[in-house]
Design a protein around this ligand. Structure first.
Ligand code: FEO
Length: 390
């Protein structure tokens, strides 16, 4: 069933408690997620976004409890990714002539996904759609996080429908930010920013500056995932500004993998060299969650990557996380490499090259160890790590 937000707006989305992997296998959603869809009623009625395809029938049935579908006048597709557009084909079978407002990129993407020639109406920043007493004002948000992304702002109620921006993959039956555990909420919000928005941080800053320059009141921010920000909604906007400005804390992250334990011993020695100078965390890439690792890279000022040499290269999951780090386009992060070897020791050079390709600043040539590290080598590893912290 829908949930009433105010006299005009009803949440008609889906809470998905069971999803644990999102974007294929790229993003872990341990806390589930929600697909938020909103029905906005005035003299005319607009439906903002839909829900993911597997829930299309449930979505339509719930929507019918709220409104006779033929009374929906406009459909707003803020973003074409299937978690928001996936129920459109089912909906459009029932109301095929209703107009769909989206960006030019949205038309391209929706046509590409569904191969239907629906009644698309392209919109641009600043364009208004009158609902009667209130207007929806469209704001293109290219690359936040897809080329087609768009926000819309409802005058009168002062609500920003921000689609993916300001969201969290966080299932809850509570609709609002002030009703949930704040620690849990922010763990999910920063993970979401780190994994989804980091590559677009410069555009996040520009978009927030643009929103602020509109000088319109914002009483609520309704994203397409997670809770609605109604208590001090600008708190998440301000957080985004912090996160978008090359965010880092006084933390060091050690990411490593190991075959027979030698590189694990080095990781532990490095940690000992750091722990009195900065907060330090160790994660083994073959057992840690990759979205959590990206979040920890996001929070850290220095990342140490460790792998033994294998087949003149590095362990494959270390290569995988370095590839993911590269995609995030992190700025202002330092890094170094370490690892054990037996017959040949290429891993350091391979990791150093990948670190540079990933855009991290390589602090030094790394720390390597022939065979199993013993007391003296571990002592030197500890000193090596201590020397990295200014
Ligand atoms: Fe929640 Fe970009 O889709």
């Amino acid at each position: 069933m829908g949930k009433k937000i105010n006299d005009n707006i009803t949440w008609v989305g889906k809470t998905d408690w069971n999803i644990k992997k999102f974007h294929g296998n790229e993003y872990s959603t341990f806390k589930g997620t929600t697909y938020n869809s909103y029905l906005v009623r005035d003299e005319k009625t607009a439906l903002i976004d839909t829900v993911w395809r597997p829930y299309a029938d449930e979505f339509i049935e719930n929507l019918k409890q709220e409104i006779d579908l033929k009374d929906i006048d406009y459909i707003i597709a803020n973003h074409a990714e299937v978690d928001h557009s996936g129920s459109l084909p089912r909906l459009m079978e029932l109301i095929p002539d209703k107009p769909i407002y989206c960006t030019q990129g949205g038309i391209q993407s929706l046509k590409g996904h569904y191969h239907k020639d629906w009644n698309f109406l392209p919109v641009e920043t600043g364009q208004k759609l009158s609902l009667g007493k209130k207007d929806l004002i469209f704001i293109e948000a290219m690359m936040l996080h897809w080329p087609d992304s768009m926000f819309c702002y409802l005058t009168g109620d002062n609500v920003l429908f921000s689609n993916d921006a300001f969201g969290q993959h966080y299932a809850t039956e509570q609709l609002y930010n002030d009703l949930v555990d704040q620690c849990e909420l922010y763990v999910e919000a920063i993970k979401y920013y780190a994994n989804i928005l980091t590559p677009f941080s410069r555009l996040v800053i520009q978009k927030i500056d643009e929103l602020k320059s509109l000088d319109v009141p914002v009483d609520m921010i309704c994203p397409s995932h997670g809770v609605i920000w109604r208590d001090d909604p600008m708190q998440i906007v301000n957080k985004y500004m912090d996160w978008a400005n090359d965010y880092q804390e006084d933390r060091v992250l050690i990411l490593y993998d190991t075959m027979w334990g030698g590189t694990a011993l080095l990781a532990d020695a490095l940690k000992e060299g750091i722990q009195d100078k900065a907060e330090v965390k160790i994660m083994r890439v073959s057992t840690a969650d990759k979205s959590d690792m990206i979040t920890e890279v996001f929070r850290s000022k220095i990342v140490l990557f460790g792998s033994p040499t294998v087949n003149a290269g590095i362990l494959s999951l270390m290569a995988a996380i370095l590839e993911q780090v590269k995609g995030m386009k992190f700025k202002d992060k330092k890094a170094a490499s370490f690892g054990c070897f037996g017959w040949s020791g290429e891993s350091i050079e391979v990791m150093n090259n990948l670190i540079k390709e990933a855009g991290l600043e390589l602090i030094n040539n790394g720390y390597s160890c022939l065979w199993e590290p013993d007391g003296d080598i571990l002592k030197r590893a500890k000193d090596f790590a201590g020397g990295l912290i200014k």
